[in-house]
Design a protein around this ligand. Structure first.
Ligand SMILES: NC(=O)c1ccc[n+]([C@@H]2O[C@H](COP(=O)([O-])OP(=O)(O)OC[C@H]3O[C@@H](n4cnc5c(N)ncnc54)[C@H](OP(=O)(O)O)[C@@H]3O)[C@@H](O)[C@H]2O)c1
Length: 338
């Protein structure tokens, strides 16, 4: 590849059903030149998340939609290779939104240098939007406290595994994860420290949930929605908190899906169900990282990244989220740093 070329992945067609290769188109443009007060940065890592599919649709409930022909929008870490900006030097590693492309020019807005002592993997997982989502959802919305019993869906994913670790740190007496393979369930128990894990593809998974929470659960942290949410609502303890973080089971459906049949248990159990969007709270990033730093330092919180390599694999990295191929935060390494 010529060094003067910027390879990009564009939105070729809006998704209908599962994302597929036809939604993406590769193109090449000249590498842009930074003007006065700007810098050129080379993409090192791109991080993907399920909400990106929603931004490819013609309308989005809260995020700016991508237009056909736009570079696929995504967060990541880049390295500055040319700078006309007084505050950024060649070699600086920055957290930014490179999108699915190899180079970007920026004026430094919405960009931050990696904090001292933190590598790109940590910044894109536990100390990025992913970790803050887990923290905010579990601690603030879920109000997890000592002795609570907790169920987490999508537990082996980026947010889910961190939410489970935070629940344990906060003194939850039992943390159970739901995941889509036996291997992920074993990983959650052996490596991440969950007390138990259930494969939601087992025919009797609802019975397994009931058996795991004979007195009902105090917190349900939901990344999945659909039938799993309904089963959880049937197994709440008194005053339970149901945290609606995500609903990935509905993201590839092009029709409206019915609401949970068991919602009235919120009344019987005097329970609360509440959703949140982390971008409303990004101004609190420092507060979240202050809370989480000691846990990372003493080893009680570990970050989990699932790294695949290569610019060509950017669409594949996003599609892996919807087939359950990833464990922990899905990153795509596009280039080595200089
Ligand atoms: N509220 C917010 O501010 C906020 C912020 C970030 C993320 N989120 C949401 O939080 C959820 C988790 O995000 P993430 O970045 O951590 O993604 P993720 O969990 O790392 O990746 C997706 C995982 O979801 C599971 N999955 C995929 N399709 C599924 C289906 N049809 N039914 C059940 N499970 C399915 C797969 O695991 P299995 O093998 O276990 O199926 C897959 O590995 C998403 O719904 C996301 O939109 C919300």
């Amino acid at each position: 590849m010529s060094e003067k070329i910027n390879r990009q992945w564009l939105l070729a067609a809006r998704p209908e059903g599962m994302l597929n290769d036809g939604n993406f188109k590769q193109t090449e443009t000249p590498i842009p030149e930074p003007g006065e007060g700007e810098f050129l940065a080379k993409t090192i890592y791109v991080g993907v998340e399920p909400a990106m599919r929603g931004q490819m649709l013609p309308q989005s409930a809260y995020a700016q939609v991508m237009q056909i022909g736009d570079v696929i929008r995504a967060g990541g870490v880049s390295q500055i290779i040319k700078s006309n900006h007084p505050d950024f030097a060649v070699g600086d590693m920055i957290q930014c939104s490179p999108g699915f492309q190899e180079y970007m020019v920026s004026d430094g807005k919405m960009v931050s240098k990696l904090p001292d002592g933190l590598n790109a993997e940590a910044v894109l997982s536990v100390f990025g939007g992913t970790g803050f989502t887990a923290y905010y959802g579990m601690v603030e919305t879920g109000e997890v406290k000592e002795g609570d019993t907790v169920l987490i869906s999508g537990a082996a994913g980026a947010v889910g595994n961190i939410a489970g670790q935070i629940a344990k740190i906060k003194g939850a007496s039992k943390v159970v994860g739901l995941a889509g393979t036996d291997e992920k369930c074993k990983w959650l128990i052996d490596e991440i420290g969950f007390d138990a894990a259930i494969n939601y593809k087992d025919d009797d998974y609802a019975d397994q949930i009931r058996a795991a929470f004979p007195d009902g659960m105090n917190v349900f942290f939901d990344n999945v929605g659909g039938e799993i949410l309904d089963v959880a609502l049937n197994n709440l303890a008194l005053n339970a908190r149901v945290v609606i973080c995500g609903g990935i089971s509905r993201y590839n459906k092009d029709h409206k899906v019915p609401g949970p049949e068991n919602y009235f248990n919120l009344v019987y159990k005097r329970a609360r169900m509440e959703g949140f969007i982390i971008v409303d709270n990004l101004h609190r990033a420092q507060e979240f990282s202050d809370a989480m730093t000691p846990w990372l330092e003493d080893g009680s919180l570990k970050y989990q990244v699932d790294i695949i390599e290569g610019f060509e694999n950017l669409p594949n990295g996003l599609m892996r989220l919807f087939t359950g191929a990833n464990k922990g935060k899905q990153l795509i390494k596009v280039n080595d740093p200089i």
